[in-house]
Ligand binder design. Sequence first.
Ligand SMILES: NC(=O)C1=CN([C@@H]2O[C@H](COP(=O)(O)OP(=O)(O)OC[C@H]3O[C@@H](n4cnc5c(N)ncnc54)[C@H](O)[C@@H]3O)[C@@H](O)[C@H]2O)C=CC1
Ligand SMILES: O=C(O)[C@@H]1CCC=N1
Length: 279
Amino acid sequence: MKELKVAFIGAGSMAEAMISGIVESGTVKKENIYVTNRSNLNRRHELIRKYGIKAMHTEELPYEEIDAFILAMKPKDAEKAMKPLKEKIQPEQTIMSVLAGISNHFIEACLHSGQQVIRVMPNTSSMIGESATALSPSPNVSMENVWMAEELMAAIGKVFVIKESQMDLFTGIAGSGPAYFYYLMESIEKTAEENGMDPEMARKAGAQTILGAAKMMMSREETPSQLRENVTSPNGTTAAGLEALKFNGGGHAISQAILSAAERSKEMSEQLQEAILVK
Ligand SMILES: NC(=O)C1=CN([C@@H]2O[C@H](COP(=O)(O)OP(=O)(O)OC[C@H]3O[C@@H](n4cnc5c(N)ncnc54)[C@H](O)[C@@H]3O)[C@@H](O)[C@H]2O)C=CC1
Ligand SMILES: O=C(O)[C@@H]1CCC=N1
């Protein structure tokens, strides 16, 4: 695994989060990690300096040496990025795509017949090895390549192998999910500040509370409902807080956030599918 050569096409925030997690874990040698973009030279220098990896213009990549390419551009740029890629790769080379709403079928259609394509949905907590990452291989992908992808993604957090039909929902829960918690924290800080508490302190206390609750859910046998009940004394403070949360649509808001993100992911796939049919 250490000898594996991995190339990120696209040098944005998701590529950096994954590179950081992989380099930190030592799963792949940093000199075997490549990242490319089309024009931003400063960004390439920044990534070389921070992680000791190789960064270059997309055309300069040693394509034949790469075992796994990770597509990490915006979904709108995918088709344009794959045209030159097709000419430079072989069907046996693995393509992992982190692009929201872009199906394995679409990627295969843009590349070679029989291309080894694996759809992946990480999140930005990859940066510290704490992503919740879904992985969904195309049916023709070899077991060796699925294992390779699982091992590589394990470097950035927990891995879940799922059916591609569940990818939109997984994106709504875990791909976009960190943003919901950051938004929650923004509300915590704002409330603390408006009521005279130091927002820095509120951030630390709030983050520790989220971390503690997450660790409880991952290490204890109790369900989230049981854990919630354990916090809630009859007629106490938590009961009052939860009542306000329910009255103000807290549960419904979370459910709607997940479903709207999933719907957007599905819509993005459909729009691309239509664009292919029009051509
Ligand atoms: N940001 C997030 O939390 C997550 C993002 N994703 C997916 O990751 C992908 C990238 O997202 P971000 O990093 O946030 O975007 P970003 O805009 O920060 O980065 C995109 C990068 O791709 C580069 N690029 C565009 N076309 C290219 C081409 N033809 N060849 C090489 N490089 C090219 C751009 O220069 C830029 O460096 C998206 O498809 C998104 O759906 C998936 C999971 C989570
Ligand atoms: O907002 C987006 O489209 C990307 C995909 C999941 C998280 N960020």
